[in-house]
Structures are given as structure tokens and as C-alpha cells.
Design a protein around this ligand. Structure first.
Ligand SMILES: CC(C)(COP(=O)(O)OP(=O)(O)OC[C@H]1O[C@@H](n2cnc3c(N)ncnc32)[C@H](O)[C@@H]1OP(=O)(O)O)[C@@H](O)C(=O)NCCC(=O)NCCS
Length: 182
């Protein structure tokens, strides 16, 4: 079981990351349970250069959750959410939903009309999270095939289905970063 020094009752700060958060994000990925781990260098780069489309949850001075994403250069209407994860002790308490809504409220997601992500069919929590987001935003959620298992060279990887949620209500993604503390 993952260790966590954070106090489970401490309030969460939802904010955009800075470079010092890269190692905390990497630790969350490793401990969250079902995320593909990337190098610590990758998470340092994300926190340094892609912070406008990333969000972290901090509790008691510790990074306990994060979202990373980007705007596909050829499809600027889309805010693509790449990874979302929480330390195990923080899961199932509504924080995942707050982080995804924080991502949609981030500076980098401003103006996006569609939220996209991919989900492995066996990831019940992730499926439930994005269906709940669609419900909360009053948006449609269209699920279609995306990456097939055979495309992953390492083997043992499931299919990834594309979730397309939209149209996003514009108030949801025209909030300023400071509103993430709400
Ligand atoms: C996926 C994850 C981010 C969800 O965050 P979370 O804080 O646990 O989810 P929330 O508490 O915000 O719940 C969101 C919705 O999903 C539902 N849900 C959450 N976990 C669930 C589970 N294990 N089974 C069924 N439904 C679940 C909640 O009931 C809620 O629905 P509601 O609003 O209709 O009540 C989190 O579980 C996690 O970090 N998992 C490991 C990493 C991972 O798999 N990431 C996704 C792949 S990129």
C-alpha cells in the first residue's frame, strides 16, 4: 500500500503546478495504482512547460493528485486530458471530479468546446469519473475505439477507448486559474 504523509482531513488546494511539483506528480503516478508510469524527467517537463494544462491537488504540503493534458495542435477545440491520478488514500472522495473540473477551468483549456480522454474498459473508477463529469456539465459523452491493445509494443496493455464529452458549457472553461481554489 502506498505511503502518504498527508492528513486526510486537511483541505485541498487545487492549483496549476510549478517545476518543483514534478517529483510529487511522478510519485502520485507510481502509487496511484493503474497509471502508465513515465520518466520523472517527463513530469518535470510537464510541470515546467505545460503547467497551463496541468492541475495538482495539494494537501498538507504534499502533492496528492494531478491531471495532465494538452490542446491538440490541429484540433484546437479539444482539451485532451492525458492522465488523472490520486494517491490511493485520496480516491473515492470527489477529488478526481474536482481535478477534472479544475483542468477545464485552467488557462490552457480556455475556449475548448470538447473534453477528450482515453479510458481502458476495465478501469471502472475512470469510466465512472468521466460519465459523472458529462452528467454534471449536461454534456453528451460519446465513446468510440481509439488505441487497440496490439498497438502497444510492450504487450499486456488493454485497448483504450476515446471519450468525447461536449459541447462544454462555456462558463465551465472560461474561469480564471485563481477560481481553481473554489
Ligand atoms: C480514476 C480516479 C482519478 C477517480 O477519482 P476519484 O476521486 O476516486 O473519483 P470521484 O470520487 O471524484 O468520483 C467520481 C465519480 O465516479 C464514481 N466512482 C469513483 N470511483 C468509483 C469506483 N471505484 N467504482 C464505481 N464508481 C466510482 C463516483 O461515485 C463518482 O460518481 P458520482 O459523481 O455519480 O457519484 C481515481 O480513482 C484514481 O486515481 N485511480 C487510479 C488512477 C487511474 O486509474 N486514473 C485514470 C486513468 S488516466
Amino acid at each position: 500500500m502506498a505511503h502518504s504523509k498527508s492528513d486526510e482531513n486537511a483541505p485541498f488546494i487545487i492549483r496549476q503546478p510549478h517545476v518543483d511539483d514534478g517529483s510529487g506528480i511522478w510519485r502520485v503516478v507510481k502509487e496511484s495504482g493503474s497509471l502508465d508510469p513515465n520518466s520523472s524527467y517527463l513530469y518535470l517537463l510537464l510541470a515546467k512547460d505545460f503547467s497551463d494544462t496541468c492541475v495538482v491537488a495539494e494537501s498538507d504540503g504534499e502533492i496528492v493528485g494531478f491531471v495532465s493534458g494538452y490542446r491538440p495542435p490541429m484540433r484546437r477545440e479539444v482539451a485532451f486530458l492525458w492522465q488523472v491520478g490520486l494517491l490511493p488514500s485520496m480516491q473515492g472522495r470527489g477529488l478526481g471530479k474536482r481535478l477534472v473540473l479544475g483542468f477545464l477551468g485552467s488557462l490552457g483549456a480556455r475556449g475548448a468546446t470538447v473534453l477528450e480522454t482515453t479510458v481502458a474498459p476495465s478501469n471502472t473508477a475512470s469510466r465512472a469519473l468521466f460519465l459523472a463529469i458529462a452528467r454534471q456539465l449536461g454534456a453528451e459523452c460519446h465513446v468510440s475505439p481509439c488505441f487497440s491493445a496490439h498497438m502497444f509494443p510492450e504487450g499486456g496493455h488493454e485497448d483504450e477507448e476515446l471519450y468525447r464529452i461536449g459541447p462544454l458549457p462555456q462558463p465551465a472553461n472560461s474561469r480564471r486559474p485563481l477560481d481553481l481554489h473554489d
